[in-house]
Design a protein around this ligand. Sequence first.
Ligand SMILES: *Cc1c(COP(=O)(O)O)cnc(C)c1O
Length: 410
Amino acid sequence: MATVNDNYLKLKAGYLFPEIARRVNVFIEANPDAKVIRLGIGDVTEPLPDACRAAMIKAVEDMGDRNSFKGYGPEQGYAWLREKIAANDFQSRGCDIDASEIFISDGSKCDCGNILDIFGDDNVIAVTDPVYPVYVDTNVMAGHTGEINEKGEYEGLVYLPVTAENNFTAEIPTEKVDLIYLCFPNNPTGATATKEHLQAWVDYARANGSIIFFDAAYEAFITDPNLPHSIYEIEGAKECAIEFRSFSKNAGFTGTRCALTVVPKNLMGKAKDGSNVELWKLWNRRQSTKFNGVSYVVQRGAEAVYSEEGKSQTRALIDFYMENAKIIREKLTEAGLAVYGGENAPYVWVQTPAGLTSWDFFDKLLQTCNVVGTPGSGFGAAGEGYFRISAFNSRDNVNEAMRRILDKFK
Ligand SMILES: *Cc1c(COP(=O)(O)O)cnc(C)c1O
């Protein structure tokens, strides 16, 4: 019989979101009249900006005329999109990133996982804890870890706790690690990284020959003008960092699918024979072999994010979600809860009231307020005692959920 990749058997069987769904279903069956509000999702709720829709409709028309029809596009993505990204997202912030260093893809989630294809299996890998589960699970699948322990930590990974005790900063490890996943603004904690903090990471990576995987999926939610949006705003980052970005959260593309990965041309890894190898070449080879590009229609939609209307419409979307986050922060604080994040990110990270585990608080909120959030412990051992509330929702749902919580907790 054909054998399987045994590494998959080490994965904790898709525990978090199925378990949330299970508990919510049990509750709804017992309380069919309860109006449950879900503030647990990491998905956007508001419609696509008009500018993106209009550009995609026009692109569909292009496909209907043999003069403007498009077959396979360039594997790296169309130059007109990469040039707009380079100019608007990077060069405008003083980052020396060229369009040729940008790879368009159908998602950052896929890229975060696929990037492991071009790295060796002997790297020491560090993740923050709590963490976006994709970073961990893709390493488990690739055989980079041992088994999971009862706290939910995989043997062989270096976990960097980020909690209220260290002010939600990912502290520089004392040991040498080769690959580091950083995500700022952070999912799930909503924490941010200052330029000084990222400079310390870049200095560490350059001193140790490490590569930083910088996930900037939430950069558009930054409101504090002093915070960096890209790791390439940090001196020396082009020599040690790959950046992942996505149109999912800033422009509502979670169902439309478009993202990008930046691999600077002079970024190097080491081959077994000790020689330096350009990572750009390997990623280009990987993408042109295993990926055939994002659809022309969707790339036109993403391009429209950089038009004048696109910029103001995506700004309005982000402002809408950030107003939700502000309401959540204020009301939960009024209810006597300790809250973090939510100021430069669409997630509010709540400390559970004394004595309650993340899942205790989940059950309490569900049963007394009929509100669903995400238990922090589902994002890692150090997430125990915390709870994630998402600002991705309608204003009515946010207001009603906060009214119920204030009612029960104050
Ligand atoms: C939502 C999200 C992304 C974006 O993923 P896509 O595949 O581009 O939709 C990336 N990283 C984090 C941490 C996210 O929460």
